[in-house]
Design a protein around this ligand. Structure first.
Ligand code: NAD
Length: 475
C-alpha cells in the first residue's frame, strides 16, 4: 500500500476518506495518495483560519517570527527526507531538490527578519498622523508543480509574518512534500494559522470564490491567473499573481563563449526548463553565434537526462503527462516547419517516464510556436541578431514580462540594455538569482503585484492611517 499523506486543518492532520493518486514522473508509478477535499473541508479550513486570525493578528511580531523560524528549522532538520520525496514527486535531480529544500528553509529565515515599520506622515502643531500596515485577514494560497515547496513557503511565510492566516492548496501533481512539511510543523504553529488542503483543480476556483477569504496569492499560468482575477472580482479580494514568462537572454558580441556556454545551458535546462524565469529565448550576436551555439550543444551532450534519483542525472523528466504532451507538440511543430535542430528533437514516448531529450534549435524564426510560446520544457531556441535596437525590440515583443538577462564583458553596457527591457527582473551576467529582500514580480501578463522584500510583505496588508487632531486647532 502506498503512503497516505494527510491535510493540515486547525492544527490537526486529517483526511476525507477520498484519495487522489500522486505519480512519480520518472517511472509513472503511484508513490502516494492525498485527500480529495471539496467545499466542506474548505469551509472547515476557512473557519479555522478565521478564528485563528483574531488572535494571530494581535500576536507580537517577535512571536510570529519565532513560529516562522520553527517552520524553517523543521524543514532544515528534515532536509534529507524531504529532498528525496521532492525528487520522487517532482522529478528534479537530487541536487536541485536539495537546493529547493534548503532554499525554502533559508528564505523563510531571511523573510522572518523583514520589517513593516509605521511611518509618521505628519507631526506638527495641528495633527499627529501615522501610517501603519494591518493584515488583510484570511489568505488563500494556490501554487504550481515546478517548485512546490519553495512556492508554498513563499506564500506561507509572509502571510504568517504580516499577521494573516492562510489556507494553502498545492498542485494536485506535487502535494506530497508540502503535506509532509505540514505534519512536521503542525505542533509548531498555532492551530488554524497555517492550513494545507489538497484536491483537484476544482478546489482552486472554490478558494477564489470563497466569501470568507480576503486575499488570493497565486503562482501558476497566465491563463489560470486571469480566471483568478475574474473570480476574485466578485467581492474585490486582494490578489497577487505570479504568472508565466518567456524570458529572453541577450548575448553581446564581447561575451566570451567559453565562459558563458555552461551558464547559458543551465539557465534554460535547470529543472528540465520548468522554471518561470528560465531563459526560453536566447539571442546571440551574429559575430559569436556559431562558436557559442556549438559550445552550448557540446556541453549539452555530456549532460545526462534521467531519473532524478539516480546519481549523475543532470536533467530529470517533465513533471506531468499534460505538460509532456505539450512540449512534444511544440517540438513536433518545429519539425513540421523544417526548423533546424542542433540537438534533440526526437522523444520516445513509448518508454516509462516523461523524458524529453535536451533540445536546442538553430535560429528558428521569431513567430515559431517554440519561440513565441512559453515552452516550459528542456528546449532552448538560439537566435541570431545583429544590432542592439533589433534585439531589444525582439526581447520586448512578448505578452510576458517576467525576467531577462544580458551577457557581456562590459557590465555598464549590460545595465544600459537591461534598463530597456520590459520585465520585472533583469540580470547582467547571471540568471535565476532571486533575493528574499528584492521585490519579484512580472510586468505585462507575467503578473500582478510582487513577492519578496517589504514590497511583497505589504501585499498581505492594508494601509491604515490614524490621524489625531491636536487641541490647539480651531474647529
Ligand atoms: P496552473 O495555472 O495550471 O496551476 C497552478 C495552480 O492553480 C495549481 O495548484 C492548480 O490546481 C490551480 N488551478 C488550476 N485551475 C484553477 C482555477 N481555475 N482557479 C484557481 N486555481 C486553479 O499552472 P501549472 O501548470 O501548475 O504551473 C506552470 C505555470 O506556472 C507556468 O506558466 C509557469 O511560468 C508559472 N509559474 C510562475 C512563477 C512565477 O513566480 N511567476 C513561478 C512558477 C511557475
Amino acid at each position: 500500500m502506498v503512503t497516505q499523506y494527510k491535510n493540515l486543518i486547525n492544527g490537526e492532520m486529517v483526511d476525507t476518506g477520498q484519495w487522489l493518486d500522486v505519480v512519480n514522473p520518472a517511472t509513472e508509478e503511484v508513490i502516494g495518495q492525498v485527500p480529495s477535499c471539496g467545499k466542506d473541508e474548505l469551509d472547515k479550513a476557512v473557519a479555522a483560519a478565521r478564528a485563528a486570525f483574531k488572535t494571530w493578528k494581535k500576536t507580537p511580531i517577535e512571536k510570529r517570527r519565532e513560529a516562522i523560524m520553527a517552520v524553517s528549522g523543521a524543514i532544515k532538520e528534515n532536509a534529507d527526507e524531504l529532498y528525496r520525496l521532492l525528487t520522487s514527486e517532482q522529478g528534479k535531480p537530487h541536487q536541485q531538490a536539495q537546493q529547493e529544500i534548503y532554499g525554502a528553509a533559508g528564505i523563510s529565515a531571511a523573510q522572518a527578519t523583514l520589517e513593516l515599520e509605521d511611518e509618521i506622515i505628519q507631526d506638527d502643531d495641528t495633527r499627529l498622523s501615522r501610517h501603519r500596515r494591518v493584515p488583510v485577514g484570511v489568505v488563500g494560497g494556490i501554487v504550481p508543480w515546478n517548485f512546490p515547496v519553495m512556492m508554498a513557503i513563499q506564500k506561507i511565510v509572509p502571510a504568517m509574518l504580516s499577521g494573516c492566516t492562510i489556507i494553502l492548496k498545492p498542485s494536485p501533481f506535487t502535494p506530497l512534500t508540502t503535506l509532509r512539511i505540514a505534519e512536521l510543523i503542525a505542533d509548531k504553529v498555532p492551530a488554524g494559522v497555517v492550513n494545507i488542503i489538497t484536491g483537484e483543480d476544482d478546489l482552486g476556483p472554490m478558494i477564489t470564490a470563497h466569501p470568507d477569504i480576503d486575499k488570493i496569492t497565486f503562482t501558476g499560468s497566465t491563463a489560470t491567473g486571469k480566471k483568478i482575477m475574474e473570480g476574485a472580482s466578485a467581492d474585490l479580494k486582494r490578489i497577487t499573481l505570479e504568472l508565466g514568462g518567456n524570458d529572453a537572454s541577450i548575448v553581446l558580441p564581447d561575451a566570451d563563449p567559453k565562459k558563458v556556454a555552461e551558464q547559458l545551458f543551465w539557465s534554460s535546462f535547470s529543472n528540465a526548463g520548468q522554471i518561470c524565469i528560465a531563459a526560453k529565448r536566447v539571442y546571440i550576436h551574429e559575430d559569436i553565434y556559431d562558436e557559442l551555439s556549438e559550445a552550448i550543444a557540446e556541453y549539452a551532450k555530456n549532460v545526462k537526462v534521467g531519473d532524478g534519483a539516480q546519481q549523475g542525472t543532470g536533467v530529470g523528466p517533465i513533471q506531468n503527462k499534460k505538460q509532456y504532451d505539450r512540449v512534444l507538440e511544440l517540438i513536433q511543430d518545429a519539425k513540421d516547419n523544417g526548423y533546424k535542430f542542433l540537438l534533440g528533437g526526437d522523444a520516445d514516448p513509448s518508454g516509462s517516464g516523461y523524458f524529453v531529450p535536451l533540445t536546442i534549435l538553430d535560429n528558428p524564426p521569431e513567430d515559431a510556436r517554440i519561440v513565441a510560446e512559453e515552452q516550459f520544457g528542456p528546449v532552448m531556441p538560439l537566435m541570431k541578431f545583429s544590432s542592439e535596437e533589433e534585439v531589444i525590440a525582439k526581447a520586448n515583443n512578448s505578452e510576458y514580462g517576467l525576467a531577462g538577462a544580458v551577457w557581456t564583458a562590459n557590465p555598464e553596457k549590460g545595465v544600459e540594455i537591461a534598463e530597456q527591457l520590459e520585465t520585472g527582473t533583469v540580470w547582467v551576467n547571471e540568471f535565476l538569482h532571486l533575493s528574499p529582500f528584492a521585490p519579484f514580480g512580472g510586468h505585462k501578463q507575467s503578473g500582478f503585484g510582487a513577492e519578496y522584500g517589504t514590497e511583497g510583505l505589504k501585499e498581505f496588508t492594508y494601509p491604515q492611517v490614524i490621524t489625531v487632531k491636536k487641541d490647539n486647532v480651531p474647529a
